[in-house]
Write a new protein. Structure first.
Length: 288
């Protein structure tokens, strides 16, 4: 009798735990869907700036944009990418598999970045970063519902805006129309990029190799100016494996370094598996 009661109790707790996971996953999905819907509204209604020519300077930027775009002049207002890869916590932590997708607006700086990480067999972490309409969030939830490292707006707006800037090799056409990204010459293989969104701006250093490709983008400020502590969010990305898709040349291999809200270091390596460029016409057909 005691054994039967114990078994019943265990099964009940397992059922409750599974129910909590199910509900938590649904709530997390609602958060993700809300930001994606908001972003798609922005993409749909915010007009693209007028298309301009390839920037004449700095020289490494002009060389890169000319090579990445070729003769392609089609307007693009959003980019959707899917990826797979691995991630580790700490510089010597074990690698964990992950996969996910991201969506970027080109008319105004905004994005969502969603990932699912296989922590151990049967255990996962769901991650969701976003920068939408001047608001930012970084979420790492065990089983999709137990918060591990979460932060919203405040101190992560700058690092979230930098993440958008660090992803621009995935959408090089932005250099034909963007009025919120500017460049300064550093030397013949390095340039400083500045991105502004309303009252917020961040700077980064982009390094180019001999072929003209962007090799890396690193933030100019990764510590708090008052406390000296590392700022949470992405602070460096390296790019390789360039190939042509949709008439554009983009990197298919990305290695990124970031700091979690609790100050822990994270390294992630991605392989792009799919890219979709939406023009204003195709975007409106999807929404209609």
């Amino acid at each position: 009798m005691m054994f039967a009661e114990l078994t019943t109790g265990i099964l009940l707790w397992v059922a409750i735990f599974l129910f909590i996971i199910l509900v938590g996953s649904e709530l997390f999905a609602l958060v993700v869907d809300e930001q994606i819907r908001y972003l798609r509204l922005i993409i749909f209604y915010v007009p693209l700036p007028a298309t301009a020519g390839i920037p004449a300077s700095p020289e490494p930027v002009a060389r890169y944009v000319s090579w990445a775009l070729g003769e392609n002049q089609n307007p693009v207002d959003s980019v959707h990418v899917q990826y797979t890869g691995r991630i580790r916590y700490g510089r010597t932590g074990r690698w964990m598999k992950m996969n996910g997708e991201a969506l970027f607006s080109l008319a105004t700086p905004a994005f969502t970045w969603h990932a699912k990480i296989a922590y151990t067999p049967g255990t996962w972490i769901e991650a969701f970063d976003y920068y939408v309409h001047h608001e930012a969030g970084m979420n790492f939830n065990l089983f999709s519902f137990l918060p591990l490292n979460n932060a919203h707006t405040g101190g992560i707006r700058g690092s979230s805006l930098f993440r958008y800037l660090a992803c621009m090799p995935l959408f090089p056409m932005i250099h034909r129309s963007s009025d919120f990204i500017s460049w300064e010459t550093v030397d013949d293989s390095t340039a400083k990029a500045s991105i502004r969104d309303a009252d917020l701006s961040v700077e980064a250093i982009a390094r180019f190799d001999a072929r003209g490709w962007i090799r890396s983008i690193t933030t100019c400020q990764n510590v708090h100016p008052e406390t000296g502590r590392p700022l949470p969010g992405l602070f460096s990305s390296r790019f390789s494996g360039y190939a042509e898709v949709g008439g554009y040349r983009i990197p298919f291999q990305i290695a990124s370094e970031l700091i979690l809200p609790d100050g822990k270091y994270v390294c992630a390596e991605y392989s792009i598996t799919a890219v979709e460029y939406d023009t204003p016409v195709t975007m409106r057909r999807k929404e209609s």
